[in-house]
Write a protein of this length. Sequence first.
Length: 253
Amino acid sequence: MAVTGCQSTGKKKKKKEDEGAAVGTTGPTRPSDGRPWNDAGSLQLPRSVGTKPSYSSVSINRPYVALTFDDGPHATNTPRLLDILRSRNVKATFYVVGTNVKRYPHILKRMIAEGHEIGNHTVTHGNLTKMSPDQIRQELRTSHEAITAATGVPPKTMRPPYGAITASQKSWIRQEFGYPSILWNVDPEDWKKPGSSVVASRLVNGARPGGILLVHDIHSASIDAMPQTIDQLLAKGFQFVTVTQLIAMDGQQ
Ligand code: NI
């Protein structure tokens, strides 16, 4: 019997680790009334940490962006945000701080259950450029273990607090932890509390294909900005993916 052709990718194909199995598994079904809805939130998109030491955006022409939320979780703001994301099928990436991880493990579990991604943002949120390698190692390791203990899912990327990191730190962190350092290319400076409509317009006007958007879910006004931000970006044709899904598209046109 002749066996020809390429290997079939049949229905029973074993899932590779980098195929986002969790995405869309617990999301709601698409509403029939035409409300804003993120189609990419239901797609089984590949995940990757790429090969570069850091990313502040990726090079693509397709209108995908990653929405990232830093410094939480927050007891009330983050659950409210998760409701907003769920109602639009948007999957985001959360750079959580170690002290909050210990306080709100149930919120981290909810993030994972709803298809979001969690990254390492250290324990104490200090400036890495002022720390010794051993201090940084301890910050990242402790946070990595706390996130893994809370969710069962190890973080795959890290974000340096304040975006402060040297080229050599990026390089050895990538080697030792496997983490690319994730920065951003749209910053609405929401921590300066400019008001929710300003935050929304800065995000909407700044978004480009392959962009990484920075928001802080510890600020209530930033959560207030999310419905209009997401709905306007969806209306402009953007789709939301997680950071590792975005990195997997780097260089694809
Ligand atoms: Ni931060």
